[in-house]
Design a protein. Structure first.
Length: 132
């Protein structure tokens, strides 16, 4: 069924994709791939708040998942929750200092007029990554 969901994503039919992932999760509520896919489909459908809720559930079971940390960082940044975005990006950089998504997200936040406080080591890491 996951392959069918991906076909719907390719056609940008997010409602059908969401339905397929919900069916998969009805059989196996702990399926991390289906949970991640559901979050992605919700984001594609413009339901970013719902996507965040799903990705947070994935993160509960897989706190070192840098892909989910990046998705959550990006989502919170777009929702204006910059403190939460920095928290997720920083967690990702703790695990994978060269993570492109987290480095880019922090870099984008530092360019904002009202950027939240960011730990010095994170800013140094992002500056080093930027110069590569």
């Amino acid at each position: 069924l996951t392959g069918l969901a991906e076909c719907h994503r390719g056609l940008k039919d997010f409602d059908k994709e969401i339905g397929v992932f919900r069916r998969v999760l009805g059989v196996d509520p702990a399926d991390e791939i289906a949970m991640t896919g559901l979050g992605d489909a919700l984001k594609g459908a413009g339901k970013l708040g719902e996507a965040v809720e799903i990705w947070e559930r994935v993160l509960d079971d897989a706190p070192d998942n840098i892909f989910i940390l990046g998705r959550l960082g990006d989502a919170h940044r777009h929702l204006g929750a910059l403190d939460k975005a920095v928290e997720h990006y920083t967690s990702a950089l703790t695990i994978a200092p060269k993570d492109t998504c987290a480095n880019h997200g922090i870099d984008e936040i530092t360019r904002l007029p009202k950027a939240p406080p960011i730990e010095t080591w994170v800013l140094e890491l992002v500056a080093a990554h930027r110069s590569c």
